[in-house]
Design a protein around this ligand. Structure first.
Ligand code: PRX
Length: 655
């Protein structure tokens, strides 16, 4: 695991090879610097030119950036376009028969869809949705396995101007229900189930359960893609099989033109309060950045095979599976399964079989694959690889070196991309044919992206120091608002502490003397477990919702070798503090409870029971003490304000 010391003492530098520089879309540091200067010299002009060159506009925009109602920025807002048209129709004349998606199922079965196929399938589903009365601006919830159909579902919504909200297939019925209600969804697209790691996982029954929880009456149609063939309940008048819905639909569907600010999607993510935030993204600015980052960061070439392993339930799967790769017309791999099934060589075998050139995954996957078989990649021919990518959490220098030497054969640059659900696409990242790399650093911001590190009052700390990561100028693919809660948007991202002027990322970071960024992790109550974002308050609320058992709960994170961070819950029960087998039994019950409330990803790894929690005399839970206990550190903090010091000994006992 990385420690701050090992990161700070990092002195290795890996410049790109001459061949890499020569062939790159952004070739050499001078080219990068020139672009940065251009953006600085004429900020709006820089973006306007890129937007005109990159996107296909139905109606051209005349105004680039509208800051009159900051921080509710508008980009290209009087222009009209359609995201699905930009991803599909543009390829129909030039490369209709090129494979758009090469799908590998959990069991290894391959299915391919060309750009023309994808276009027809999206159009048919779009027509079916229209037939069900789904209109521009309506919200559609998508709860799908990784599949060609998941991409079709998202693009079909985009085609008719409906705003999609994808919910990761691992989330619980309760999470689905909450999102249906918050988004005001009128339709759901799901599947009977999915296969992962040789196991069948039900999806439609979760949707049924969400309905049973109540409040979902606004949903009048559910489309069900048949993946597993297992028996599922279909409610007459509401539920339709996908294959029936599209059967007689025309193969074309005129795109619905929307203005550039039209919400393409809402994606829920965790914040520092109990309730997940619906991050709202635009159409024009979002798609522009998806395309530019594909070209700049992944250096997309016409014959590339691109593979991003993220699920479409996360933002990475939105930008670098559904929209980015199709808009730039690349061939991509979409994978249903997990990296360790049937064995830990699965990723390497797939790279070999499909001759993948650009491979993008998360540090947590890399760490688990190192553990499962550090020499396994050597058994496969990985010579097709040109660029490797990392996303979701800091990559520790040891894992970076393994990825670089063992997977990339010391010839593939690693693009360690820092970004967030809210940023829409990469913001701080190396460019493969320009940036000299330092293991564990996401290096420097992309052209046009103005980042800085500031202190608590918003003043720059200067090079070589640490502080709070902010973004000082708006960018096209930024979050537009929190769905239904503009006040929360302002408070969360443009707080008064920074005079409401800077976007607060919620991460701590530092730069070295060369201006290279290192992300130190979240500064708020958000955890990063296996690259998944979880709010500590969200898990606390879930625990105390078990009102029969739980009186009080506090959740903190602790470092974990495999998952980056692990969830650690301190629980006070309504009854007596349990010990021995009784404690194990209740801990198991609580883990299952959290799985039901949120999803398996939020399950606490550690559960500790106390008669009480450490509190100040005014009743505030002292979380920094809990963090130390969770880490197994000896307590050096001042505990004189603590009302009940004896509690600390109890809480040190892990089950
Ligand atoms: O803490 C940062 C971490 O993940 C957070 C964003 O999580 P999410 O919205 O789920 O999006 C993940 C995929 C973009 C950030 O605030 N993070 C993301 N990428 C990196 C990272 N931390 C360090 N290095 C990264 N490359």
């Amino acid at each position: 695991m990385s420690t701050i010391e090992s990161v700070l003492s990092e002195t290795r530098v890996f410049p790109p090879s001459e061949t890499m520089v020569k062939q790159a879309n952004i070739s050499g540091m001078a080219a990068y610097e020139a672009m940065c200067k251009e953006a600085e010299r004429d900020f709006e002009g820089f973006w306007a030119k890129l937007a005109r060159e990159t996107l296909l506009w139905h109606k051209p925009f005349t105004k680039t950036l509208d800051e009159s109602n900051a921080p509710f920025f508008r980009w290209f807002h009087d222009g009209e376009l359609n995201a699905s048209y930009n991803c599909l129709d543009r390829h129909l004349k030039t490369q209709p028969d090129k494979v758009a998606i090469l799908f590998e199922a959990d069991d290894g079965k391959i299915t391919k869809a060309t750009y023309k196929d994808l276009y027809h399938r999206v159009c048919q589903l779009a027509n079916a949705l229209k037939g069900m009365g789904v209109k521009k601006g309506d919200r559609v919830l998508i709860y799908m396995p990784m599949s060609i159909e998941a991409v079709c579902a998202m693009q079909a919504c985009a085609r008719i101007g409906a705003t999609h909200s994808v919910v990761f297939g691992g989330f619980s019925a309760k999470s689905v229900q909450e999102r249906v209600i918050d988004a005001g969804a009128i339709a759901i697209i799901t599947a009977d189930g999915q296969f992962r790691g040789g196991k069948e996982i039900a999806l439609k029954p979760v949707i049924d359960e969400a309905f049973a929880l109540g409040g979902c009456d606004g949903v009048t149609n559910v489309i069900v893609y048949q993946r597993t063939g297992s028996q599922v309940a279909m409610q007459r008048g509401r539920d339709t099989w996908w294959h029936d819905a599209v059967k007689d639909q025309p193969l074309d569907c005129e795109p619905t033109w929307v203005d550039a600010e039209h919400p393409l999607f809402i994606l829920y993510t965790s914040g520092s309060t109990g309730k997940p935030k619906g991050v709202q993204h635009s159409t024009g600015g979002y798609l522009l950045w998806a395309m530019l980052t594909m070209r700049w960061v992944f250096d997309t070439k016409p014959n590339d095979v691109f593979w991003c392993t993220a699920d479409v339930g996360w933002v990475t799967g939105h930008t670098y599976v559904c929209y980015g790769p199709t808009a730039v017309g690349t061939t991509q791999v979409v994978f249903e399964g997990v990296p360790t099934y049937p064995d830990a060589g699965r990723f390497w075998k797939m790279i070999q079989d499909h001759k993948v050139n650009v491979f993008y995954t998360a540090p947590t996957a890399i760490r688990s694959l190192i553990k499962a078989g550090p020499d396994l990649p050597k058994k496969y021919d990985l010579s097709s690889l040109r660029i490797l990518g990392s996303v979701g959490e800091p990559i520790n220098p040891e894992a970076w070196m393994w990825y670089y030497t063992t997977v990339g054969n010391s010839k593939c640059p690693i693009v360690d991309t820092w970004w967030q659900t809210e940023t829409g696409g990469h913001l701080i990242t190396p460019l493969p044919g320009a940036t000299p790399l330092k293991p564990g650093s996401c290096t420097m911001p992309l052209p046009g992206i103005v980042t800085d590190i500031v202190d608590e009052t918003g003043n720059s700390v200067g090079r070589g120091k640490g502080g709070i990561l902010v973004i000082k100028r708006p960018w096209p693919s930024m979050i537009r608002t929190i769905w239904g809660d503009p006040e929360r948007f302002k408070k969360s991202y443009y707080p008064e502490d920074f005079k409401g002027k800077y976007y607060l990322a919620g991460d701590g970071a530092s730069t070295d003397e060369d201006g290279y960024y290192r992300i130190m992790g979240r500064i708020d109550d958000v955890l990063n477990v296996s690259g998944h974002r979880l709010g500590t308050m969200e898990i606390e609320s879930a625990l105390v919702a078990n009102s029969k058992l739980v009186a009080e709960a506090a959740v903190v994170g602790r470092p974990d070798d495999l998952t980056g961070e692990a969830v650690c819950a301190f629980v006070v029960l309504k009854g007596a503090r349990p010990t021995g087998d009784e404690a194990l039994k209740i801990a198991k019950e609580l883990r299952e409870w959290v799985t039901k409330e949120i999803g398996a990803i939020a399950k606490p790894k550690d559960i500790r029971f106390g008669d009480n929690l450490p509190k100040t005399r005014s009743g505030k839970i002292m979380r920094r003490l809990l963090r130390s206990i969770a880490k197994g550190e000896s307590i050096t903090q001042d505990v004189s304000t603590l009302e009940n010091p004896a509690i600390l000994e109890q809480l040190k006992q892990n089950l």
